[in-house]
Design a protein around this ligand. Structure first.
Ligand SMILES: [Zn+2]
Length: 332
């Protein structure tokens, strides 16, 4: 299983499953979104179907491997949510297929990513299949919310836990998975922002990070200048654009944290926005530690308030006025 970022232990364990010829009937890959559960599930499916395993890994060259690369292996089935849920009809269809022999005489693999969105009838039907189906049918379920799965399904699956990736793993993953040229600083920043999810880091590649940071700096400057009118106008402009608000709430804590950490440690290796050190240094002189901590807390609180879908404009007004208030403490 080449080209996968992290999860070495799980990958080694899965290879062993095949080497020792102890392939289970059903697997459940559990862990946070975007860490690579689905990628490993597909690689495992490839390994289970490969006709010419080399050193415990798939060959990428046999008929099976080529069919998988082309997305048209007749014995590899992907069951994804139709709309918001995986529905009973989808599982029933699979049930019908299940009683035929495999097309190529080997295993039949059923990948069910996001398995937690199965409706209850669908889950019950799947349970029945898991209880009755022949050994050559192998199910690989993934889920970031396993508690939402039927306990009886969970207990029928062999479970593998997937952890968040480290910053180094994400940086390596970014180098391997994007064709976009990224500087080391940019990669590091994306890795920090991703919170351990390569999927999230990749989604951030095309985001305009500079614009996000410029916005943060502008808002903090207005707060420090106690320019309340400008802040309220900023709030009014932002209130209509949910994406921009979320972006702000993503960049702001990262920025404030950098200012705080730089103020306390003067250690460059701990700073995410390393390319903007002069600006960070300036702000570190401006704010006392207590203000930075309080601003970080307010940002976290704002994030929570926003989830409950209150009056966005009002929330932003209050949030910006609080930032201004906390900024003034430095001058007292
Ligand atoms: Zn192969």
């Amino acid at each position: 299983m080449q080209q996968i970022t992290g999860h070495e232990q799980n990958i080694a364990a899965l290879k062993k499953v095949l080497e020792s010829n102890k392939v289970a009937h059903a697997y459940l890959f559990v862990g946070p979104a975007g860490v690579g559960k689905r990628t490993v599930a597909l690689a495992f499916a490839r390994l289970l179907l490969c006709e010419n395993i080399i050193n415990g890994g798939s060959c990428f060259n046999c008929r099976s491997c080529r069919q998988i690369s082309g997305g048209n292996h007749p014995d590899l089935h992907l069951i994804e949510p139709a709309g918001a849920a995986i529905k009973l009809e989808q599982i029933q269809q699979l049930q019908k297929q299940g009683y035929y022999r495999s097309y190529q005489g080997g295993r039949r693999i059923y990948l069910i990513p996001q398995s937690e969105v199965m409706t209850t009838p669908a889950a019950n039907a799947l349970l029945k299949i898991l209880e009755e189906s022949p050994a050559e049918m192998v199910f690989i379920l993934t889920s970031s919310r396993p508690a939402a799965l039927l306990p009886t399904i969970r207990s029928r699956c062999q479970q593998f836990w997937f952890r968040l990736l480290t910053i180094d793993q994400i940086t390596a993953g970014l180098s391997a998975s994007t064709s976009t040229e990224l500087t080391k600083e940019h990669q590091h920043l994306l890795a920090v922002m991703s919170g351990g999810s390569l999927g999230r880091a990749l989604a951030l590649v095309n985001q305009d990070i500079q614009a996000g940071r410029t916005k943060v700096i502008a808002i903090l400057e207005k707060a420090t200048a106690n320019d309340l009118v400008a802040l309220l106008m900023e709030a009014a402009a932002l209130a209509t654009d949910r994406v921009l608000i979320e972006e702000l709430l993503e960049f702001l804590p990262l920025w404030l944290r950098d200012v705080l950490v730089w103020k306390i440690t003067k250690n460059k290796s701990l700073i995410s926005n390393i390319d903007m050190l002069p600006e960070i240094t300036k702000q570190a002189r401006q704010y006392p530690v207590s203000s930075l901590v309080a601003m970080l807390e307010e940002t976290e609180l704002m994030r929570k308030h926003l989830e409950t879908k209150g009056n966005v404009r009002l929330l932003l007004d209050v949030f910006f006025l609080k930032l201004a208030d906390l900024s003034q403490h430095s001058k007292q």
